[in-house]
Design a protein around this ligand. Sequence first.
Ligand SMILES: NC(=O)c1ccc[n+]([C@@H]2O[C@H](COP(=O)([O-])OP(=O)(O)OC[C@H]3O[C@@H](n4cnc5c(N)ncnc54)[C@H](O)[C@@H]3O)[C@@H](O)[C@H]2O)c1
Length: 336
Amino acid sequence: MDSIQTVLVTGGAGYAGAVLVPKLLAAGYRVRVLDLYLYGKHVFDDCRSAMLEEFEGDLRDSAIVARAVSGCDAVIHLACISNDPSFELNPVLGRSINLDAFPPLVKLSREAGVRRFIFASSSSVYGISDSPDVTEDHPLRPLTDYSRFKADCEPILLEQQSPEFTTLVLRPATLCGYSPRQRLDLTVNILTNHAVCNRRITVFGGSQLRPNFHVEDMADLYLQVLKEPAERIGGQVFNAGYENHSVSALALIVKQVVEKELECGSIEIVTTPSDDLRSYHISSAKIQRVLGYRPRRSIEDAVRGLVTAFRSGMLPDSMTRSTYFNIKRMQEVDLK
Ligand SMILES: NC(=O)c1ccc[n+]([C@@H]2O[C@H](COP(=O)([O-])OP(=O)(O)OC[C@H]3O[C@@H](n4cnc5c(N)ncnc54)[C@H](O)[C@@H]3O)[C@@H](O)[C@H]2O)c1
């Protein structure tokens, strides 16, 4: 089979995509991005070239999807109304983008001759589990619409698996670290923002386990699976995460790294009781066993990267600017 040369990244201007797209370009791929650019167009200012084609439009518009996917060898599907609480905004909108637009995207991709389709699902599809190690065959008990639609999309893609159309589902843990399209509404990033700006972190509960994954590792994994032989990834589902830490342990890591990097006084951790002590713990043993994949970056690395970005003035108005916070931004744009 010919190697993959042209890759469509839906949602490529988002948090994960803004790290992935420059890496794809640097690796020599021709890249298409289909995105509504809800969080701004600036993310590609440093990497625009003839190798990058941008399609500003809606995943729900089959005409633009057909144009964007035409001539592509692979699709990495990231576009999404992300973050569970975003669904509090408008459940109909969430469904239309995260579920209803998915079968037409897969169909148009197949018809266009795409040979590899990678879907960014989420480790939140498992819901909350007491199991010490949630592996890929653990029952899915999604707790929110966001997670339910992710779970519903997975079989829609996997049933299209064939020698000509390689399908892969990744279930990443919560991402962390710096991206040119920064999100500051994800656990480690929230804690770091508060530590840097307020010198104080509030932890609700704290015993809950939360798996995390560096956004750079996420991007590297997408690059790796573009190169894997089809037999190793076709029809597969993989969890992808770094270590599982309790929220209290994450807060302590953030406190220590920020104090050291900023050479500031002590950062206070305030723990308040919480009713929501839901915990989960994912196993990433399968991806290590089958693909030899291991994350290379730690939570400390993610926090250090963020502190560097703060120090360099790359994250201005970090407590207030809406584009760092998906829900705030979605309320502002009032997408229909
Ligand atoms: N960030 C995480 O912690 C995490 C964890 C697990 C899985 N994921 C999944 O990874 C993917 C990327 O996450 P992210 O954090 O980069 O999200 P993000 O919100 O930063 O990016 C999503 C992108 O999709 C675009 N988009 C939204 N609706 C669209 C539409 N109708 N048409 C075209 N573009 C549209 C947005 O403009 C945005 O650029 C998502 O599918 C998400 O569910 C993310």
